[in-house]
Design a binder for this molecule. Structure first.
Ligand code: FAD
Length: 404
C-alpha cells in the first residue's frame, strides 16, 4: 500500500560526523536519544552527536515488552519513576509524535497473606509519592480479569494491586519520536558508527575513536545499556554490572481479550495485548552472563508454564516470535546516572529489566547532569559509588514478579 508514495522524506538527517562536538552521546537507544533531546530542549545545547553502532532503535528500546509504570517502593526509585511517568503523560504533545501511550492499568497479582501485606505497603508508598494505587480483593480482580483461573488451588488468587496510570507504549515510536525531536533541534544522529576507544588526557576526556574516525568532544556520555561494561572499560572502568539475556514472546494477533497489563505473583510471567492483537509476554532472565541476545528453551518453557497456570485460555493461541535483549544488571537492581572519575565523562546505565519506562526520566536527568554538572533531584540517589561504599543501595530488583 505504501510503495506508491513518492517524495516522503526521512524523519531525520544522515549527517557525516564532524571532527568535533561539544557533547558526544554514545548509544542511540531510548536513553541516548532522550538525553540528546533534553540537552537541546531544556539546556539549549545543540552541538551534539549521538553515535550509534547499529541503527536507531535496533537495541533494547525496540526489543522490550513496552510496560510503563511508576509503582516503585524505595526512596530514590519512587521519585524517579514518578517523574518519568509524568513526562510520559505529556510525551506525545512534547514530541508531536504518536507513541501510543496507553494507560490501561497494571495489576500485580498476589497469592498469600504475606504478599498482600507487601503490596498494601507498596500501594501506600505509591500514594505517598503522589501516584495511584488501588488494592483489589479476589472479587475485585475477578471483575477486571474474569478469564484468570480462579479455581487454581495451588496458587489461589488473593487479590491484586491496581496501578491505573500504568500501561504500555509503542517502543519503536518512542525511539523515532525522540530521534526526530533531537534531529530537528540540530543534534547529529550518526548511525553505523561504533565507538572503539575513549580518548583521555591527564584525567580529562578529549573525544572518542570510532569506526568512522576520531571525533573530539568536551563532554562524553556513555548510554549503551547491555554494552555498558565493554564501553566503560575503554575508559579503564570496571562497572558493577553483569550483562544477561532477557527473552520475550508474542502470539498471533487475536481479538481484544486482555485490556490490562497483568503480572503473576507466583511465577515469572507478565502479559499484555498489543494494538495489533498479539499477546506480548515474558518472564525472567536466562540467568547466565552473556552478550548473545538469543535465549534458551528452559526459560521459554518456564514462561509458557506460568502463563498456562494463570490463564489456561491462552494455550489456544500460537506463539509467533520470540527474541532476546541484553540487560545491564546492577547488584541492587537500581540504575546509575553519575559522573565518572574522568573529567567530562558521564555514565547512565544499569537499567536492568525496567529501562523502557525510564526513557523520558533518564534522558531528562542525565541531560541535567551533563549540562550543569549537578545531579537532578529525582535521580540524585543513582550514584556509582554506592557499590563501593555500600551506602545508599536500593535493593529493588523488580516489583514482586513484575520486573519489566
Ligand atoms: P538500547 O536500545 O539497547 O540502546 C543502547 C544502544 O547503544 C544500542 O542501540 C547499541 O547498539 C548502542 N551501542 C552499544 N555499544 C556501542 C558502541 N560501542 N558504540 C556505539 N553505540 C553502541 N523495560 C521496561 O521498562 N518495560 C518493559 O516492559 C521492558 N521489557 C523488556 C523486555 C525485554 C525482552 C528486554 C530485552 C528489555 C525490556 N525492558 C523493559 C528493558 C529496556 O528495554 C531497557 O532497559 C532499555 O531499553 C535500555 O536502554 P536503551 O533503550 O537506551 O537501550
Amino acid at each position: 500500500g505504501l510503495t506508491g508514495n513518492k517524495g516522503w522524506t526521512p524523519h531525520w538527517r544522515d549527517p557525516a560526523p564532524k571532527p568535533a562536538y561539544d557533547i558526544i552521546i554514545i548509544g542511540g537507544g531510548g536513553h541516548g536519544l532522550s538525553t540528546a533531546y533534553y540537552l537541546a530542549r531544556e539546556h539549549g545545547l545543540t552541538n551534539i552527536a549521538v553515535l550509534e553502532k547499529g541503527y536507531i532503535g535496533g537495541g533494547n528500546v525496540g526489543r522490550n515488552t513496552t510496560i510503563v509504570r511508576a509503582n516503585y517502593f524505595l526512596p530514590g526509585n519512587s521519585e524517579f519513576y514518578s517523574h518519568s511517568l509524568k513526562l510520559w503523560e505529556n510525551l506525545e504533545n512534547d514530541l508531536n509524535y504518536n507513541v501510543m501511550h496507553s494507560q490501561r492499568g497494571l495489576i500485580n497479582l498476589f497469592h498469600s497473606d504475606g504478599q498482600r501485606d507487601a503490596f498494601a505497603r507498596r500501594g501506600n508508598a505509591m500514594i505517598n509519592q503522589g501516584d495511584d494505587a488501588i488494592l483489589l480483593d479476589r472479587e475485585g480482580v475477578r471483575k477486571h480479569l474474569p478469564y484468570l483461573d480462579f479455581d487454581n488451588t495451588r496458587f489461589p488468587i488473593y487479590g491484586g494491586l491496581l496501578h491505573p496510570r500504568g500501561g504500555t507504549a509503542r517502543h519503536d515510536a518512542v525511539a523515532w519520536g525522540y530521534a526526530r525531536g533531537a534531529d530537528q533541534r540540530g543534534v547529529d544522529l550518526i548511525q553505523n558508527c561504533e565507538v572503539t576507544g575513549i580518548d583521555i588526557e591527564n584525567g580529562v576526556v578529549k573525544g572518542v575513536q570510532t569506526t568512522r574516525g576520531a571525533i573530539r568532544a568536551g563532554k562524553v556520555g556513555i548510554v549503551v545499556a547491555g554494552r555498558s561494561g565493554q564501553v566503560a572499560a575503554m575508559a579503564g572502568m570496571r562497572l558493577p554490572i553483569e550483562s544477561h539475556v532477557l527473552q520475550a514472546f508474542v502470539t498471533e494477533g487475536i481479538k481484544p481479550v486482555i485490556d490490562h497489563v497483568i503480572s503473576f505473583g507466583m511465577g515469572h510471567f507478565y502479559i499484555s495485548q498489543s494494538d495489533k492483537g498479539g499477546l506480548v509476554f515474558g518472564g525472567d532472565l536466562d540467568f547466565y552472563a552473556s552478550y548473545a541476545s538469543r535465549g534458551n528453551l528452559p526459560m521459554t518453557e518456564h514462561v509458557m508454564e506460568a502463563g498456562m497456570t494463570l490463564m489456561p485460555m491462552i494455550g489456544k493461541s500460537k506463539v509467533l516470535r520470540s527474541w532476546g535483549g541484553i540487560m545491564d544488571m546492577t547488584p541492587d537492581g537500581s540504575p546509575i546516572i553519575d559522573k565518572t572519575h574522568i573529567d567530562g565523562l558521564y555514565i547512565d546505565c544499569g537499567w536492568c529489566y525496567g529501562g523502557f519506562k525510564a526513557v523520558p526520566g533518564s534522558g531528562f536527568s542525565f541531560a541535567h547532569l551533563i549540562a550543569t554538572d549537578r545531579h537532578h533531584a529525582p535521580a540524585a540517589r543513582y550514584r556509582l559509588d554506592r557499590f563501593r561504599t555500600g551506602r545508599g543501595l536500593m535493593d529493588e530488583e523488580g516489583t514482586g514478579s513484575q520486573h519489566n
